[in-house]
Ligand binder design. Structure first.
Ligand code: AMP
Length: 215
């Protein structure tokens, strides 16, 4: 099963994708995670992408298409994948079609998480993750049970994304509206789009996604 999770920043794509990884053995292909890894490793791609990412703008299609295509060739992607944060422009959607056709793969579902943008700013500006295992937390909605200690792995170092501030979040949302939302009609024409209320609580969102995947 291959799917795309679509929705503005903070809609819950990453949260739902990691749940699907655990429960269904799919792999999560997040171009944002791949780019952050490149930034951390200071590769040429990372160095080129950092400023653009910090400003909340989109990295060039050529760079992102290249890293995604390379990642799709890893054997684990054959078991089924979740695209999280890709495609983000009509050109990327076109390139994805060509890539999948060339690799003998196809998309089964595009799930769009519908959300209220003002509420998202509040969601995003409080989020942080365990620096070791990646478990997600939130200043107001999900603090670790013991202050300063990760519930999952016991680590005591946490991190925040540099682009999770209110100003950058608004730019990222504007980018979503202007460049990413226009790719939906392409998938609607293929008859594979479903919509889920991303403002519902995490379990309700999970149940709605499961109902689509199991239909
Ligand atoms: P994300 O983790 O998906 O919110 O992505 C973080 C940042 O990485 C975005 O604001 C963009 O700067 C960049 N990025 C991630 N995926 C893409 C993509 N498919 N196309 C262009 N830029 C991307």
């Amino acid at each position: 099963m291959n799917l795309i999770l679509l929705g503005p920043p903070g809609a819950g794509k990453g949260t739902q994708a990691s749940r699907l990884v655990k429960q269904r053995g799919l792999v999560q292909l997040s171009t944002g995670d791949m780019l952050r890894a490149a930034v951390a490793a200071q590769t040429p791609i990372g160095i080129a992408a950092k400023q653009v990412m910090d400003a909340g703008q989109l990295v060039s299609d050529a760079i992102v298409n290249g890293i995604l295509s390379e990642r799709l060739d890893h054997a684990d992607a054959r078991a089924g994948f979740i695209l999280d944060g890709y495609p983000r422009t009509p050109a990327q959607a076109q390139e994805l079609d060509a890539m999948l056709a060339a690799k003998g793969l196809k998309l089964d579902h595009v799930i769009e998480l519908l959300v209220d943008e003002e509420a998202l700013v509040d969601r995003i500006t409080g989020r942080f993750t365990c620096a070791k295992c990646g478990e997600g937390y939130h200043d107001r909605y999900k603090l670790p049970a013991v202050e300063g200690v990760c519930d999952v792995c016991g680590n005591d170092v946490f991190k925040r994304r540099p682009d999770d501030n209110a100003e950058t979040v608004r730019t990222r949302m504007a980018e979503y509206r202007a460049k990413t939302a226009p790719i939906l009609p392409h998938y609607e024409a293929m008859g594979i789009v479903a919509h889920v209320d991303g403002m519902a609580d995490m379990d309700a969102v999970a149940a709605a996604i499961d109902a689509i995947l199991d239909a």
